[in-house]
Each structure stands twice: as C-alpha cells, then as structure tokens.
Design a protein around this ligand. Structure first.
Ligand code: PRP
Length: 210
C-alpha cells in the first residue's frame, strides 16, 4: 500500500478555511470540490492510459488516452458525494458507482446501507472518494468490497486522515494494490472518533444534520 500526503500551500490554505467553524455550507461545499480537483492531480498519477495516434496541424504524432475499461469513481455517501464533481471534471470519461456507508456513533463500526456498483470489477481501476479517514473502518470496508469484486488497483482520495486510522487501513490492506492520497494527516482521534483538529462532521457541514 502506498500513501501520499499532498504538500502544497494552496491545499493547506483551502484546508484552513475548510476547518474553520465559521465557514458556511456553501463555501464549505465549494472548497471540498476545489480540494478534490487539486488532490485528483496526485491521485490520478497512476491512471491507466493507452497510446493513440493523432495528427496535429503540423505532423502526425502519438499521444495517450484513458485506457479501457474506463476507471470507476466511487464516492462514499454522503460526504464523498461532495468530492464527486471535482473528480469528474478531471476524468469526465470515468464511470461512477456508489457506496452508502454510515458509521455507528457509539461503536464507530461502519454499515453499508446502499450499493450501486458493477458486479464484476475485474481489471478495473477504482478511485474511492471520502473526505474523512477517521478510524479507517469505512475506507477499509469500501476498499475490501471493491477488491472482492475483482478491482485490480484502488486509489482512495481523502481530504483528512487521523494517524491511528491510517495505520489501521495500512495494516488491514498490506500487500494489496492500494494507494491513499491525502490532503493532510492530523494530530489524533478524540474519544468520539473525530479527527483532531479536523473539520467536524464533513457530511453535516456539506448537507446538514439528518
Ligand atoms: C464519515 C466520513 C467517513 C467516515 C469516517 O461518514 O465521511 O465515511 O465517517 O469514519 P471512519 O474512518 O471512522 O470509518 P459518516 O458515517 O459520518 O456518514 P456521512 O458521510 O453520511 O455523514
């Protein structure tokens, strides 16, 4: 498993506004999308391409295009939905599947309440989107689900991670073809399973409390 923490002043700047408790939902949503686009640049470094012959106004040449089968983008509902638009802007030909997961607030165990994904993910490159990697339970379950369906390589893109959760995901998925791209690794998890300093509950800040 490979972990990459993006180190860019623009990402840190946008993250600072995102963390601020006074940032209202409309700005929070816009920033999540912008951060996704910045993280996608790193997250898609390994996207599979194939050669293609074209002719420029000057001469024939060979370039590349996104290879078949097309990549699959999988936002984890709800909060991952806030990242989807920022990702499809960069990978418009990708397909999109959905996984709905909710973490039990007491046990912190994730449950899957919705799934709309191809049955067979053989040879498929998948990009999982979730802004928060806290205990790592949701991300581990989501990635294991994709690998069980035959996905060959999985990249997860998260805005924030807690060191404890990152370690747990690394232990659970060691030896697998998985990359995790992060905007930042914070200090720790608190007793409620929230990332500290973090940004609070990303789903609630994006979409309100339901
Ligand atoms: C949050 C977050 C992750 C998960 C992280 O979702 O978006 O999916 O918790 O926690 P973990 O690493 O400890 O599993 P939540 O369950 O609050 O659902 P929501 O996106 O609908 O708000």
């Amino acid at each position: 498993m490979r972990v990459h923490v993006a180190d860019h002043p623009l990402i840190t700047h946008k993250l600072t506004v995102l963390r601020d408790v006074n940032t209202p939902s409309p700005i929070f949503r816009a920033l999540v999308e912008e951060l996704m686009t910045l993280l996608a640049y790193e997250g898609t470094r390994g996207v599979r391409v194939e050669p293609v012959d074209i002719v420029t106004p000057v001469s024939p040449t060979t370039g590349v295009r996104i290879a078949e089968p097309k990549p699959l983008i999988v936002p984890i509902l709800r909060a991952g939905l806030g990242m989807l638009e920022g990702m499809v802007k960069l990978l418009p030909s990708a397909e999109v599947g959905f996984l709905g997961m909710a973490r039990n607030e007491e046990t912190l165990e994730p449950t899957t309440y919705a799934e709309r994904l191809p049955e067979d993910l053989s040879n498929r490159q998948c990009f999982v989107l979730d802004p928060m990697l806290a205990t790592g339970g949701s991300l581990t379950a989501a990635i294991e689900f994709l690998l069980e369906r035959g996905a060959t390589d999985v990249t997860a893109i998260c805005i924030l991670a807690a060191p404890e959760g990152l370690k747990a995901v690394e232990q659970a998925l060691q030896g697998r073809e998985v990359t995790i791209v992060l905007g930042a690794v914070d200090e720790q998890l608190n007793e409620h399973g929230f990332i500290v300093p973090g940004l609070g509950d990303a789903g609630d800040r994006l979409y309100g409390t339901v």
